[in-house]
Ligand binder design. Structure first.
Ligand code: G1P
Length: 304
């Protein structure tokens, strides 16, 4: 079956980005000139997704408004003849019914957030995109994953190798002995691996590998009953990773080594790096910023 729907868990408080996130949803923070949520939705669109399901919370309605009309702005830009900016604004509008939202009424973790979308997803495969994980790739990563799903028809998550001292932030794959050698350092780009287990947020000493899940999944609806019955795991939260462990006993689940670079925009350093990396993709910004970085780098003593 084709993947037509994507779930965006956006009910987080963005505590690491206070005070910016006191009034502005974390997913509205811009990288260069676009909010994180728009990158996520554009990636989904490129992958053929037709319905965008926001799992939202009270106070973050701005995320829903973002995809609506902006009558004053549109009228002003039209009157001024600012065609380019008008186009930019019109591009953020969703087709009627394409963006839908539900609310996560209790904040019990990612697994619970995904479960909140069960009625909107129904009985079909679906994607999950965590907008914090911003990906720079030649082919949008979700599109890469949809192509893999079309072949395997089993759930998968994007994976990459992380530093051993970072495993506490991720769902980590437990690899079979025969895969450990090839995959421990990240695996072949475009390859898939079938882990024998998964561990959510292990301490470095307990991590079964350095291969970590990053925020892109293609799941099948058989995850919902598992999430419904899932006991709380790491951090006292209902973890998607734990439900996937149960699923593993019934059907294959794959880690997919995507082509692309990942920026953790839930982290201050990662967010700054994302801004730089994405700005460098735009020639007129690159022309101004690259010399600035080079000059600063010598000032900081970096690269000497
Ligand atoms: C979530 C998942 C984790 C995954 C991570 C990717 O954690 O629970 O398994 O590795 O996203 O970013 P969170 O970042 O929400 O704590």
């Amino acid at each position: 079956m084709r993947v037509r729907k994507a779930v965006f868990p956006v009910a987080g408080l963005g505590i690491r980005f206070l005070p910016a996130t006191k009034c502005v949803p974390k997913e509205m923070l811009p990288v260069v000139d676009k909010p994180l949520i728009q990158y996520a939705v554009e990636e989904a669109k490129a992958a053929g997704i037709e319905q965008f399901i926001l799992v939202n919370r009270l106070g973050k309605g701005m995320l829903e408004d973002y995809f609506d009309h902006a009558p004053d702005l549109e009228a002003t830009l039209r009157a001024k003849g600012s065609d380019e900016m008008l186009e930019v604004v019109l591009n953020t509008k969703a087709a009627t019914g394409a963006v839908v939202a539900t609310r996560q009424m209790e904040y019990l973790g990612l697994g619970h957030a995904v479960w909140c979308a069960r009625e909107l997803v129904g009985d079909e495969p679906f994607a999950v995109i965590l907008p914090d994980d911003l990906l720079l790739a030649r082919k949008p990563v979700l599109q890469q994953m949809v192509e893999v799903f079309a072949k395997v028809q089993d759930p998968l998550a994007a994976v990459m190798a992380v530093a051993r001292d970072q495993t506490r932030k991720y769902g980590v794959l437990d690899l079979a002995k025969e895969d450990a050698g090839d995959w421990e350092d990240g695996g072949p780009i475009g390859g898939i691996v079938r882990p024998r287990g998964l561990v959510e947020k292990p301490a470095p000493a307990d991590a079964p590998s350095r291969l970590a899940i990053i925020g892109r999944y293609i799941l099948t609806p058989d995850i919902f009953p598992l999430l419904e019955n899932q006991e709380r795991g790491a951090g006292g939260e209902i973890q998607l990773t734990d439900a996937l462990v149960t699923l593993l006993a019934h059907r294959p689940f794959f880690g997919y080594r995507f082509e692309g670079e990942r920026f953790d925009c839930g982290d201050k350093a990662g967010y700054q790096m994302a801004n730089l990396a994405f700005a460098m993709e735009i020639p007129n910004l690159r022309a101004r910023i690259a010399p600035f970085i080079a000059e600063r780098a010598s000032h900081w003593g970096v690269g000497r």
